[in-house]
Write a protein that binds this ligand. Structure first.
Ligand code: SD4
Length: 345
């Protein structure tokens, strides 16, 4: 089938899929979808992977006291950022192929204000620097030296983020040094990193966290050390507003984890929020985004994982992944649970 014909076929399928073709914002029509009703006084926080549970607890301390969702998500993701045993976020993150730990992070609030840092070195709490970008500069993203300078100017201290464990793994990887970025996913990771312990990374990756506070406002945060042994300077989806994270306070919020390049190509988190605007549940919206990635690159599932999480203004949550094994943690007044996420494969 020609590219154009496949595109048309896909577009038709998509139109039929979306609420009977009723609302196609891409064509400039006004949304006819009723906005979800906010459930006030019932805060909720969700985050990626099993390790989201501890992060949710820190977020909950803020939410339960009636604090802002923005403060909750920052507080929450700082937990894995500070954990040296966690090799995918902040301190202890796996380095790039040159042995440098470079962090990506983004944050977004209920007023669509957002901030991000990319390729930030030597600062543990990349998320707080992303918040500084949002609150103290007229910009949305700072990278590398500029991001570091902002952090230092605001009292952050430089630290070595490369732990002995991550350094040893990097040195092991250097023996063959295949310049192929590795996703922190068990089945392809342990084939390559001989020094690593199977099971260590199973449920670890980027942390994406979404929260709704007692006032019914939404915020989100996303922070990561990115792909292990990536090229120096590589930036993933996590600091790209709309790709790794997106919040629309009228509709809902979404975040992603997994192979960032594929998420950027479909502007994943924004897509999930727009699909919720069309009336899809959080899980169905995440599923449609994963299907979009799979449609564009049907070989994708063989090489990597992608997962999306989402919440809407009703406090409903959901997630979907490309492959089995993705989990997400939820804490609200009603439940505290780690969910196994449904997947395409
Ligand atoms: C990235 N989505 O940088 C993030 C994190 C990741 O394995 O890939 N972790 O693409």
């Amino acid at each position: 089938m020609s590219d154009r014909r496949s595109f048309l076929k896909f577009s038709l399928l998509t139109s039929a899929f979306l609420a009977g073709g009723k609302t196609l914002l891409a064509q400039g029509q006004k949304s006819q979808t009723k906005l979800p009703t906010t459930v006030k006084d019932n805060p909720i926080v969700i985050s990626t992977w099993d390790f989201g549970k501890q992060a949710n607890e820190a977020a909950w301390e803020v939410l339960n006291k009636g604090g802002r969702a923005l403060d909750a998500v920052e507080n929450g993701v700082k937990v894995p950022e500070a954990d040296p045993e966690n090799q995918t976020v902040g301190l202890g993150g796996r380095p790039d192929r040159d042995g440098r730990v470079t962090l990506d992070a983004s944050i977004m609030d209920e007023n669509s204000r957002c901030g991000a840092v990319a390729c930030l070195e030597n600062i543990v709490h990349a998320i707080s620097v992303a918040r500084l970008v949002m609150e103290k500069t007229p910009h949305v993203m700072l990278v590398g030296e500029g991001a570091l300078q902002l952090a230092l100017d605001n009292g952050f201290k430089k630290e070595n983020l490369l732990t002995e464990k991550s350094e040893l793994e990097w040195k092991e990887w250097l023996k063959e040094s295949k310049y192929q970025p590795l996703m922190n996913q068990e089945n392809n990771y342990h084939r390559t990193i001989k020094g690593s312990t199977p099971g260590d990374e199973k449920n670890h990756d980027t942390i994406g966290m979404l929260a709704m506070d007692k006032a019914g406002n939404l915020s989100g945060a996303c922070t990561t050390s990115g792909l292990a042994f990536k090229m120096h300077g590589r930036v993933g989806d996590s600091p790209i507003i709309g790709a790794g994270l997106y919040v629309d306070n009228e509709i809902g919020a979404a975040a992603s984890t997994g192979m960032g390049e594929e998420v950027v190509k479909i502007v994943g988190a924004h897509l999930v929020v727009e699909l919720m605007r069309q009336g899809l549940s959080p899980e169905k919206a995440c599923k449609a985004a994963v299907e979009r990635i799979n449609h564009k690159n049907p070989e994708a599932y063989k090489n990597f994982q992608i997962g999306f999480i989402a919440i809407n203004k009703k406090g409903e949550h959901g997630a979907f992944a490309l492959q089995k094994g993705f989990t997400y943690a939820v804490k609200s007044g009603k439940e505290e649970k780690i969910y196994n996420t449904p997947s395409l494969y």
